[in-house]
Design a protein around this ligand. Structure first.
Ligand code: 13P
Ligand code: SF4
Length: 303
């Protein structure tokens, strides 16, 4: 089928099924162009909680669609490629989290949304890269356990007086950016603003001009007087950055920052998913209820 026919069929089915099409900022260009809303994990969670659509078509990775299913159990949530996972989310499981909780004195567990529903269900509250520091600050406790991203936990620890216990997981894509890569990019693009995602290593964040989520980078680029940026996150973000700021220049901090899971979904997959309700994501109620409490507590903070 030709691309234009594919797009027309997708639009038609979206209407027919009363579906909303959400896409993460790292998704391929043709997916972002067709979506009703592109955003970072926090914006997409909020939209998934608010929407009045019957179907949420989620283009991202599994934990994102699962978060939508946690928030809106009465809706049909579709992930067109059920095999699009997140390697960081797989670095923690409920059994090892339970063991760590039992080892530590009682304290809140703050879990990054990049995690399974079963891990969220054991957590006090969730956070995203856009609100991690504020979530930890909101808690009435001297110490917290942050899972599963050690880099986000260390970034947070440096910005709060609370003791942060760290889970040793990471995003392999962000963790592979080295200070040497940043120095090379700065040499190649003198004067450019270096924006880094908090999933990057502390030694990389130490070199950053701005540390923020993917949508934070989009806002920074739009509002800044600077016209050249080195982008320290997954390379998919270059597309919306360039699209929204055609007069500005954006350079990848490293071309190696490519998340294969974020590139799995094609327009054909979207069409199949809408036609056959393929890739439906559900969460068993005994896990969904406690997971919902952790995600909703974060959303209620309205940070
Ligand atoms: P944000 O878009 O929330 O910054 O998340 C980045 C990420 O790695 C999602 O997989
Ligand atoms: Fe997971 Fe990293 Fe890919 Fe985001 S970029 S989905 S955190 S592996």
């Amino acid at each position: 089928m030709k691309t234009n026919d594919l797009k027309a069929n997708i639009r038609h089915l979206l209407k027919e099924r009363n579906a909303i099409f959400l896409a993460h900022n790292y998704q391929p260009p043709e997916i972002q162009d067709l979506a009703d809303l592109c955003g970072d994990s926090l914006e997409l969670s909020i939209q998934a909680a608010r929407t009045e659509a019957d179907v949420i078509l989620f283009c991202g990775v599994h934990f994102m669609a699962e978060t939508a299913a946690i928030l809106s159990p009465e809706k049909t949530v579709l992930l067109p490629r059920p095999d699009a996972g997140c390697p960081m989310a797989e670095m923690i499981d409920p059994v090892s989290l339970r063991a760590r909780i039992d080892e530590l004195p009682p304290m809140p567990v703050v879990t990054y949304v990049n995690s399974s529903a079963a891990v969220k269900a054991l957590s006090t509250i969730c956070c995203t890269s856009a609100n991690a520091v504020a979530v930890v600050e909101s808690l009435d406790a001297e110490a917290v356990l942050m899972t599963p991203d050690r880099n986000l936990a260390r970034y947070t620890a440096a910005r709060t007086k609370k003791k942060v216990h760290v889970w040793e997981g990471c995003c392999p894509i962000h963790d592979r950016l080295s200070p040497e890569d940043v120095r090379r990019a700065r040499e190649a693009h003198p004067g450019a603003v270096f924006m880094a995602h908090p999933e990057c290593r502390p030694e990389v964040l130490a070199l950053a001009d701005v540390i923020t989520s993917t949508s934070g980078m989009l806002r920074t680029a739009a509002e800044s007087d600077s016209s050249r940026f080195i982008v320290g996150t997954e390379v998919g973000l270059l597309y919306p950055l360039k699209k929204a700021n055609p007069a500005k220049e954006f350079f990848a901090a490293s071309e190696r920052m490519l998340c294969e899971d974020m590139k799995k979904i094609s327009l054909q997959d979207v069409l199949k998913s809408l036609e056959q309700l393929h890739g439906r994501v559900t969460v068993p109620e005994d896990i969904r209820r406690p997971a919902f409490a952790a995600v909703q507590r974060m959303i209620d903070l309205a940070l």
